[in-house]
Design a protein around this ligand. Structure first.
Ligand SMILES: [Zn+2]
Length: 303
């Protein structure tokens, strides 16, 4: 056996060399009918963060989606063909997803699997945080109409990509409360986690759109206070809460950095601050993956 292996090794190397040489010669013609090449970045992700999906697909594939087979139902998101010809998509990993290793399957419109890539979801520890609320603040509740408005917003995925990397911070204040912390109100667990981040902001501080997009909601809500929500396209949305004054109209096309409103303490808030949210295909994601922001050295609790 040993003798045979020694004979085989050089011949295998020669074959490999010849194959790579042949691949080099035939690369241009082979590329036109290549099989789909799909990648995910990053390949290992904590809970609450977004995985970017990239695919080179044959030009005869009209529509493509990606399905993450994690959780009870999994999640399917759309891919969008970019000007470069590459297909891209955003796969959100929810705070309540299960850690583990799962396939992301890339699917054609007829359900055929075009490619499959492995994703690792890492175990992620989120701290818990108590917020003391005055009785009249704790008594605030969303109406069914408000809930429906938010659901409609989260469920819409517009085809046009308005946004570009990198996103810009909506204001410069440090982070008072990070994403994902389990929330207690007056010492009682709420069963909810903090679905965005809170940034320190004096009353009246201008709040800017983190990216270009179409304004979908401009409205005072009972719990969320003065709210603006923006659809940035191809699965990315943001929402800004507790504002004292709103500075845009529904349907407006905003640019990155446009002032959309001013910081306040409206709705369920214990003081002026900005709470803002990143939704990726309807799932709240950690804004700190998208925008570099510092934590405050002396954290205070805000809702
Ligand atoms: Zn908040």
């Amino acid at each position: 056996m040993k003798h045979r292996e020694q004979l085989d090794r050089p011949s295998r190397a020669v074959v490999a060399l010849l194959l790579s040489f042949a691949a080099g010669i035939f690369a241009p013609s082979a590329r036109a009918q290549q099989s789909p090449q799909c990648t995910v970045k990053p390949a290992s992700v904590p809970l609450g963060q977004t995985v970017r999906l990239f695919c080179d697909l044959p030009s005869n594939v009209p529509v493509a989606t990606a399905r993450l087979a994690a959780g009870p139902n999994g999640l399917t998101v759309r891919l969008f063909k970019q000007a470069s010809g590459e297909w891209q998509g955003l796969m959100p990993i929810a705070v309540k997803d299960s850690p583990g290793t799962f396939p992301i399957d890339f699917l054609a419109a007829d359900g055929t699997t075009l490619a499959s890539v492995t994703l690792t979801i890492r175990k992620t520890i989120f701290p818990s945080q108590n917020v003391n609320l005055a009785p009249q603040i704790e008594a605030l509740h969303s109406t069914p109409e408000e809930m429906q408005t938010l659901t409609t917003f989260r469920d819409s995925v517009s085809d046009v990509k308005y946004w570009d990397d990198p996103l810009a911070a909506p204001l410069l204040g440090c982070i008072i409360s990070p994403f994902g912390v389990a929330r207690l109100h007056n010492g009682k667990p709420t069963g909810e986690f903090h679905g965005g981040i809170d940034q320190r902001a004096a009353q009246g501080t201008p709040i800017r759109a983190v990216a270009a997009g179409v304004v979908k909601i401009v409205q005072p809500f009972n719990v969320l206070g003065g709210t603006v929500a923006i659809d940035h396209g191809q699965g990315l949305e943001t929402m800004y809460l507790h504002m004292s004054k709103l500075n845009v109209a529904v349907g407006a096309l905003v640019k990155k950095g446009d002032v959309i409103g001013y910081a306040g303490a409206t709705g369920r808030a214990t003081g002026p601050h900005l709470h803002w949210v990143v939704y990726v295909n309807g799932v709240p994601q950690n804004p700190q993956q998208w925008v570099a922001l510092k934590s405050c050295t002396a954290p205070k609790t805000k809702s």
